[in-house]
Write a protein that binds this ligand. Structure first.
Ligand code: SF4
Length: 355
């Protein structure tokens, strides 16, 4: 069960309080490249992204941010650091949320940012990354290394509670590390002590392959515990790819059902049909269906009938013959050459009936 958290809204995207877990991403284009940022936002939106973040490194950059925000199909988060005036400028230019690290802002500046966000009704994300914690670390060379997970969590909670005391409620927290285990632990500490919505991610996680494993382990593990309200996969490079990976994770956890999910076995010596080719062909042939359907393609009578029955429809092989299942019932015995067209026809009919 999803952890109970405060509801906030990023533009038209609800976050927390049981809202669907949303996928976010961040543009790579330079802050003054309006068309480049809009092209990335469009690509992210096509991939299924709900919220986009842009770096706003200066007050000058906030003007470009405003031009992008005015034409963006997605709500935009302004990522600002150090200078509270830049954060105020981004809010005035249409940020749907701001991401700050209060530790690098003056107390007076933070109070002004909180006032401005409150007046506009937009959330503030307090983002603490292990990199900035290590950078700001005080202490001697011989001191034991800090417990990064605990320090990240405690620091984020400290600032969030200060913002509560200022009367600001729309706070989202994120605590990210390049270390998947530290990321999990920090988020668990916060989840155990508060109801702030959490934005999950593993930061500085490397290229696609490295980040994919770390992010699935950390974000997936937390989501399975009911922790996490919005997520971002960070890949060095491939931006639409990180959105697709986030959505795939949500689908694999059953937190998103949109389109066909193929349940296919790996095949083994019992299988008497070319199952890998058949499963791939089924996936390609049903890719156009957006209704949430679970389709089984199974290789033999050991696990095939059970999986096929649990799916919305499916085919299971037994001794080289294929059986068509719909809604848990065997409908027909089919010769292999008829299995694919028949399955596609039945899936399309079911998709229309359920949409
Ligand atoms: Fe092998 Fe049958 Fe299991 Fe597929 S379902 S992996 S063919 S035992």
């Amino acid at each position: 069960m999803q952890r109970h958290t405060r509801p906030v809204k990023i533009g038209d995207v609800p976050v927390g309080n049981g809202a669907p877990v949303s996928v976010q991403s961040m543009a790579r284009a330079a802050a003054d490249d309006v068309e480049g940022n809009l092209a990335e936002i469009a690509a992210a939106a096509r991939a299924g992204c709900r919220v986009m973040r842009l770096a706003v490194p200066s007050r000058e950059a906030a003007k470009y941010f405003g031009r992008v925000a005015a034409r963006s199909p997605l709500p935009l988060v302004a990522d600002t650091h150090f200078d509270w005036r830049t954060t105020l400028a981004a809010i005035a230019e249409g940020a749907a949320k701001v991401r700050i690290n209060p530790g690098n802002m003056s107390p007076d500046g933070l109070a002004r940012v909180v006032d401005a966000a409150g007046a506009r009704g937009i959330p503030i994300r307090i983002g603490g990354n292990s990199g900035s914690i290590l950078h700001n670390r005080r202490g001697g060379e011989n001191d034991a290394p800090p417990d990064i997970a605990r320090v990240m969590a405690e620091e984020a909670l400290l600032w969030a509670r200060r913002m509560d005391e200022m009367g600001f409620r729309d706070t989202v927290l994120s605590v990210k590390s390049h270390d998947a285990a530290a990321t999990v632990r920090a988020n668990r500490i916060i989840a155990g002590q508060s109801d702030y919505p959490l934005h999950l991610g593993v930061t500085a996680a490397g290229g696609k392959e490295s980040s994919l494993y770390k992010s699935c382990a950390a974000i997936g593990g937390l989501l399975l515990d009911g922790i996490g309200d919005t997520i971002r996969f960070s890949f060095t490079g491939d931006m639409p790819g990180e959105v697709e990976a986030g959505l795939s994770l949500l689908r694999s956890l059953g937190l998103l059902r949109d389109g066909v999910e193929i349940i296919s076995c790996p095949a083994c010596g019992r299988c008497r049909v070319d199952l890998p080719s058949l499963a791939a062909e089924v996936g390609r042939s049903l890719a156009h269906i957006r209704a949430p359907l679970r389709v089984a393609v199974m290789g033999c009578e050991v696990n095939g009938p059970g999986e096929a029955k649990a799916a919305d429809l499916g085919i299971a092989s037994a001794g080289g013959t294929l059986y068509l299942f719909i809604g848990g019932e065997v409908i027909e015995k089919l010769p292999p050459e008829q299995a694919l067209p028949r399955l596609v026809k039945e899936a399309e009919a079911l998709a229309i009936a359920t949409s």
